[in-house]
Design a protein around this ligand. Structure first.
Ligand code: SF4
Ligand code: SF4
Length: 132
């Protein structure tokens, strides 16, 4: 089993599993190459330069500051304000903020058959809870 597979899932407010993110994995595993991989991906896709030494994340549901896209996320702040474990149980599930984050994830390939994996994770939670 690889070190990556050894990480437990960490389901974010938006439904993303942080254990698949190079920033989270790089921080948890203290692996600078994973942080460099993230910086390289961002440069390749968006031509934005990031110093990998500034990347640090202990997961969406951890209180410590986030890096990259997640540092500016409105979904996280909203779910925290509402006291929710994640967006799956929100009375406004599927709101514009959530859809916007999921759309951004689709654009960077975090999707299956055109649906953000984060969205699929929230749908599964809703089904488990009998909300769909
Ligand atoms: S996009 Fe927002 S809610 Fe999703 S993992 Fe990042 S900070 Fe958390
Ligand atoms: S309003 Fe939208 S972003 Fe906020 S907690 Fe509900 S579903 Fe998530």
């Amino acid at each position: 089993m690889s070190a990556v597979e050894a990480l437990d899932p960490h389901i974010a407010y938006c439904g993303l599993d942080c254990s698949g993110c190079d920033i989270y994995r790089g921080t948890k595993l203290e692996d600078g190459q994973l942080l460099q991989n993230y910086a390289d991906k961002v440069f390749s896709q968006f031509k934005i330069e990031i110093d990998p030494s500034t990347l640090n994340c202990h997961g969406c549901r951890d209180v410590r500051p986030k890096s990259g896209f997640c540092a500016r996320c409105e979904v996280r702040a909203c779910a925290i304000d509402r006291g929710l474990e994640n967006c799956a149980t929100c009375e406004d599930y599927g709101c514009d903020k959530l859809q916007s984050v999921h759309t951004a994830m689709i654009s960077v390939g975090k999707a299956v058959d055109g649906v953000a994996t984060a969205s699929l994770n929230l749908q599964a939670i809703r089904q488990e809870k009998g909300l769909e």
